[in-house]
Design a protein. Sequence first.
Length: 117
Amino acid sequence: MKTIYWSSTIIISSFLLLSSYTYLFSKNTIEGVKALGFPDFFRVELAVLKLIAAVILILPFAPLQVKEWTYAGVGLFLITALVAHIKHKDSIFILFLLVILMAVLVVSNIYMNKLMK
């Protein structure tokens, strides 16, 4: 059980860290966020929130309630990203990746709750 929890949590946290970095430093990502219709301050806000979420999810001593809110926030981000990419008519690969990440997030949350009982 611990292996599934940590594997899925590391995948999600790694995605959040990489995404946070690209939101701040990748010209392609910065232009992509603009193309989706989001303002520039929102891109920076998301980068900071993703960085915070990655740290909270990976810290074993973070309070359970804080982790639960973090899972909810990341889930909301992924749903928002999915809707934005569908509306923008982006590649099916991006949509597939977002659905896979949502599934990994759910697995991480389920196994966190199993380990906490």
